[in-house]
Design a binder for this molecule. Structure first.
Ligand code: AMP
Length: 582
């Protein structure tokens, strides 16, 4: 397949915000792609080369990209850099230079998807001495044969800013429509949820149809997309929804999915990053505690005070993510304990479709608890009064609250549903519960804040429409250090104009790709004509806003933008607030 044909579709996708239209464009694309290439096309559309958990990175710093562009086009690196500063997007820079400068020869071979993909993989894989030159050469080779428009997307993939605004769920819809039917999308989603790999799912589906998909099972070493929970403001509501259920402590740490193979343990985060290197202490302890041959277990890694044995706040463990420092020293100073709460697979038996009770039994069977690896505290309860003491105990132990789990529910990978419901301590006070919001824009700072941002435009997430809807302007709660590091931290997400998946009536001075999530505490939720969160759910012409929002100091690096607090959650917080007042 010609790369130009793919790029035409990308351009059309960029030109629309309508999900149905995107799905239709993608459906046509998937039906037109040769089967052998459909996986690659799916990855490229996601702006990547392989599923995220494989951890393949381009390894081409922006400086090198500038050099490669200069090298192919005969401009100086300084000139290219000047354009980049002006245009703010490496893709547009490449497109512009190529359309001005390039003398396209009649002999330039048209690019194919295969060639682009192969070169990009080789760029990512080149390592060691001489690899930087090699990467530049491979990129130059692609640019030599590419049209300006093709260059735009090649560069965007390289710098990790594809920004087509296509959610995984839209790709799933399109795959279902292309190779099965819309009604059968659930099968496609299931395969994705257990394999976390849309490229492979696409290939199997295109080749073998729905029957083929049934062959995709969970596998030790390949992360399963996490089951998520809903929230309710009171125990009464929890029991109304679930009846007799299991209650578990809600630990405040980092979610870990442990894949135990024969002799190898791999740890994944909730976002499917490989965390194995960061937790040598857990690896060791888990191999002592695990009694079976192989398993996929889930739990929460919680930092512990070495002196008192008490659970510590989440921040103490969050800084282990992605940092390169003396892990051995850190594991000694702030050890973590792993509190296990689920078992998805054990010794040849797939448990993901089995009810909670059976999975918990398997977990108990397979673990001999040690000091550092234990099972989440649990209680089977029939009504709120059975739960009250347990809730107080959980708080007393430093937990955030409880998670109630339906006894008969399977592990719903990748889904947020009412089978798991969190109930947190602070609900009782007005909006004392925090929300996790996504940064999509910023307003320039004045006075003491000149040179940085004065406020950030924050959004909640609407999964129905795949939109980020504005809910407040956030300016307080930042200390000086956090405040002045904002422009630097946000720089890589900058973009011209509002992102296609952002719904806002406010015009920010600077827009960003929705990427970073931070935790916010507000005084209350109010109706607002300015903000678009849960728009018109309560009153015509009004959305919901968070009044007096403050940053709690906690960056939710463990959450992706689509894991943020949803419009519906904010709506139900608003309603429960009203009930309290009334
Ligand atoms: P939240 O991040 O507030 O949406 O809460 C859900 C998170 O709570 C999960 O992703 C887990 O990381 C964490 N968690 C803590 N304890 C448990 C538990 N017993 N069962 C399930 N999740 C838990």
């Amino acid at each position: 397949m010609r790369f130009a044909a793919l790029v035409d579709v990308y351009e059309r996708l960029e030109g629309t915000t309508k999900r149905l239209e995107m799905t239709e464009q993608l459906r046509r694309l998937f039906q037109a792609v040769p089967i052998a290439q459909i996986g690659k096309v799916v990855y490229l559309t996601q702006g990547t080369l392989l599923p995220e958990f494989k951890g393949l990175e381009m390894g081409l710093a922006e400086k090198l990209v500038l050099r490669a562009l200069a090298f192919t086009t005969g401009l100086t690196a300084g000139e290219v850099e000047g354009m980049w500063k002006r245009l703010g997007d490496m893709g547009t820079v490449a497109e512009e230079i190529l359309s001005q400068k390039k003398q396209r020869t009649l002999f330039g071979a048209p690019l194919t998807v295969q060639k682009v993909y192969d070169n990009l993989v080789r760029i990512a894989q080149a390592s060691g001495t001489g690899s930087q030159d090699e990467k530049i050469k491979l990129l130059a080779d692609l640019l030599h044969d590419s049209t300006p428009k093709e260059a735009r997307y090649i560069l965007r993939i390289i710098v990790g800013k594809m920004r087509l605004g296509v959610a995984d769920m839209t790709i799933i819809d399109a795959l279902a429509a292309a190779f099965a039917s819309k009604e059968e999308r659930g099968h496609v989603e299931r395969a994705y949820n257990v394999s976390s790999d849309l490229g492979t799912v696409a290939g199997v589906l295109a080749r073998g149809g729905l029957e083929g998909l049934e062959e995709i099972h969970l596998q030790v070493g390949i992360p399963v997309r996490a089951m998520l929970c809903e929230r309710l403001p009171g125990l009464e509501q929890v029991f109304e929804k679930l009846g007799k259920c299991a209650l578990e402590y809600k630990y405040d740490g980092l979610r870990i999915q442990a894949h135990i193979g024969r002799g190898i343990i791999t740890l994944f985060s909730r976002r499917l990053e490989d965390l194995t290197e960061q937790f040598p202490d857990i690896l060791q302890e888990l191999s002592l505690a695990f009694k079976g041959r192989e398993a996929i277990l889930e739990g929460e890694a919680v930092p512990i005070d070495v002196n008192t044995g008490a659970l510590l706040p989440f921040q103490e463990v969050s800084h282990r993510r992605g940092r390169k420092y003396d892990i051995a020293k850190v594991s000694k100073e702030t050890p973590v304990h792993l509190l296990l709460f689920d078992c998805l697979y054990l010794d040849g038996q797939e448990l993901i479709e089995r009810p909670y009770t059976e999975r918990r039994d398997a977990l108990e069977r397979s673990i001999k608890t040690t000091e550092k690896v234990r099972l989440a505290e649990t209680l089977i309860a029939e009504e709120p009064k059975d739960a009250e003491d347990f809730f107080e105990q959980a708080i007393d132990h430093g937990c955030e609250g409880l998670i109630a789990k339906a006894l008969d529910s399977p592990y719903a990978a990748g889904a947020r549903g009412w089978q798991w419901i969190k109930y947190k301590r602070d609900y009782k006070a007005e909006m004392a519960d925090t929300v996790d919001l996504v940064i999509v824009g910023a307003f320039a700072g004045r006075g003491r804040r000149a040179g940085t941002y004065g406020a950030l435009l924050m959004t909640s997430y609407d999964p129905e429409e795949d939109l980020f809807r504005s809910v407040c302007k956030l300016g307080s709660g930042f200390d000086d250090e956090a405040l002045f590091s904002l422009p630097e931290k946000l720089k890589r997400y900058e973009q011209e104009g509002r992102h296609t998946r952002v719904d806002s009536r406010l015009e920010a001075d600077q827009w960003f790709e929705p990427a970073l999530v931070l935790e916010v505490l507000g005084a209350e939720i109010t109706l607002s004509p300015t903000h678009t969160c849960a728009f018109e759910a309560i009153r015509e012409g009004s959305g919901l806003a968070i009044r007096f929002p403050r940053f709690t100091g906690r960056w939710r690096g463990d959450k992706g933008p689509r894991d943020a607090t949803t419009d519906d959650e904010i709506l139900s917080m608003y309603r429960s607030q009203l009930k309290k007042v009334g």
